[in-house]
Design a protein around this ligand. Structure first.
Ligand SMILES: Nc1ncnc2c1ncn2[C@@H]1O[C@H](COP(=O)(O)OP(=O)(O)O)[C@@H](O)[C@H]1O
Ligand SMILES: [Mg+2]
Length: 241
């Protein structure tokens, strides 16, 4: 791996939604660079554009302007097949409300990304088992999501997001729906994954959660307004017109 290459690089990213009467300028020129192994917390008021930013990075929605690179590959302008490949190989996604498949067991949910990526069933299952074991969820591997607590569901969702060993783990308020015990458990998992070298970009409202990150990036009205001083400070604060 090229250590000088950032895992994520955004330059001049803009996105406007045509919602009924007035267009909503959700992102107004975002620059952001995240280095391999960094754990970055993305903070900002409700409606400031944090989720939109994550969706664009993951290629779930197209940007209007600017460039988005994940692991050196362009997300903006990529075709459907290239995007699917990029997402499979390089991006893990964790949402506030887990988005697990309710009729699949915890183990089957975690094994699914590897199966979709073409792994053999025995290998995908073994990998899922190892992940659930590491996250303290092995004894729950046969349960359906409905039988699990919120914190346990989120642990399964994190295992699923890590299943294909993604370059970049994106999380949108992953502790937002959890009680304080569940949130602490989940936060420990992110910290451990990061200690193991996993690059993380996490949206959070919570200052306590953000305090676990290496660096905070603040978003307001579709712009990055400040980032705590870090290696890439200049890249973050520079030219966010
Ligand atoms: N699909 C959409 N259609 C229209 N407007 C949207 C859509 N998604 C987000 N927005 C608007 O874009 C702005 C940013 O939203 P969002 O990225 O969800 O903010 P945050 O995650 O920071 O709360 C908001 O004004 C929101 O209403
Ligand atoms: Mg949001």
């Amino acid at each position: 791996m090229d250590a000088s290459r950032p895992d994520l690089a955004l330059r001049g990213v803009r996105k406007t939604f045509d919602a009924g009467s007035a267009p909503v300028r959700a992102l107004r020129g975002v620059d952001l660079v995240v280095a391999p192994g960094e754990f970055v917390a993305l903070r900002g008021p409700s409606g400031s554009g944090k989720s939109t930013l994550l969706h664009l990075i993951a290629g779930l929605e197209p940007s209007d302007e600017g460039t988005i690179e994940v692991a050196g590959a362009r997300v903006d302008g990529a075709g459907r097949a290239a995007l699917a490949r990029l997402r499979r190989r390089h991006i893990g996604l964790v949402f506030q409300f887990f988005h697990l498949i309710e009729h699949l067991s915890a183990l089957e949910n975690v094994a699914l990304p590897a199966l979709i990526a073409g792994a053999r069933a025995t290998e995908a299952t073994q990998r899922a088992r190892d992940l659930l074991d590491r996250l303290g969820m092995l004894e729950k591997s046969g349960e359906l999501p409905g039988a699990l607590s919120g914190g346990q569901r989120q642990r399964v969702a994190i295992a699923r997001a890590l299943a294909n060993r993604p370059t970049l783990l994106l999380a949108d308020e992953p502790t937002g729906a959890l009680d304080s015990a569940g949130a602490a458990e989940v936060l420990d998992l992110f910290t451990r994954a990061n200690d193991g070298g996993q690059t993380i970009l996490m949206v959070t409202h919570s200052p306590e959660v953000a305090a676990r990150a290496h660096r905070e990036v603040h978003v307001r009205d579709g712009r990055v307004v400040a980032g705590e001083s870090g290696v890439f400070e200049a890249a973050i604060t520079g030219d966010a017109r």
